[in-house]
Write a protein that binds this ligand. Sequence first.
Ligand code: HEM
Ligand code: HEM
Length: 283
Amino acid sequence: MLVYRNFRYFKWAALLVLASVIAYWLHQPFAGVPNGGTWLGYVLGTIGAGIIFWLTYLGIRKRRYGIHREGAGKDKRKDGIKLEDWVSAHIYFGLSLIIVATLHTGFQFGWNLHTLAYALMIIVIVSGIFGVYAYIRYPQLMTENRRGLTLNNMLAQVADLDKEMRGITMSMGENINAAVLRAAQETRVGGSFGRMLAGQDASCPTTAARVLVEQVAHQPHDDEAALRRLLSLLVRKEELLRRARRDVQFSALMQIWLFVHVPLSFGLLAALTAHIVSVFFYW
Ligand code: HEM
Ligand code: HEM
């Protein structure tokens, strides 16, 4: 999505940025201070607002189109525009706003509605940058972490291990029996968004059971072979849980930025509309 069509959208956006910088540099404002109210201020503001409205539209269009992600890119839309066009243009023109909108303001900031719109824009852009990073980085980490298994495979293996362990612990002491039962019944992968993001569980009942069995195994015991077997199964389960939780964590990280990006882009639209209306009102 970044190198798409030989950087076509990067080039267009870079051209826009360059033209804005040159115009700002050559521009001699009547009042002496560059600001949003000069003719160049109006031009850059209008371009900036145009890009913001257009990006929101692209984002929504892309989302609707994104339902068919499997074939994305290959099948063209009716108007011949591919998914990558939308995303690539979205990214580069989004980034160009950092320059275009900043030059529009003439670096005049204050505690006002105008600067609120500007701040929201910056947050939306920064979250977008994180999104691109996430889409590039996490799929590869996920593949490495999964090592050929799906999340469902991992959880199915965990269930098999639980069953096998329950068979072994029947003949063991009450404390081990209870700990392994708890590990089977109360171990959680994911849950609330916070737990998904954490990617681990500090009070995991499976870890507690493993620690207990380790302690018991250090003391002389009648049934050492069975204890060793139980310990190895618990270690294997812990390892699977670790990977499953990482998998859930990566999925959550790939979504979390959207919870900032999308609502705040609508907040931005509202603040921007208010900004534009207010400057015409006071004019
Ligand atoms: C049609 C689009 C736009 C128009 C007509 C417009 C108009 C103006 C005008 C007339 C000013 C000068 C206000 C003053 O000196 O009191 C201004 C300042 C400003 N504009 Fe815009 N603007 C537009 C788009 C944008 C965009 C896209 C942003 C950023 C998200 C933005 C952020 C600001 C900021 C931060 C200031 C400086 C406010 C200050 O002096 O404290 N504007 N704009
Ligand atoms: C002020 C500028 C921006 C606005 C208003 C905006 C708005 C939006 C909206 C409304 C969506 C649709 C989300 C959805 O429902 O799927 C979206 C998606 C997206 N945006 Fe932005 N965006 C902006 C800037 C950026 C920037 C600078 C980047 C990257 C550097 C970026 C990266 C993305 C990506 C990768 C998606 C696709 C998410 C998905 O897979 O659905 N955006 N944006």
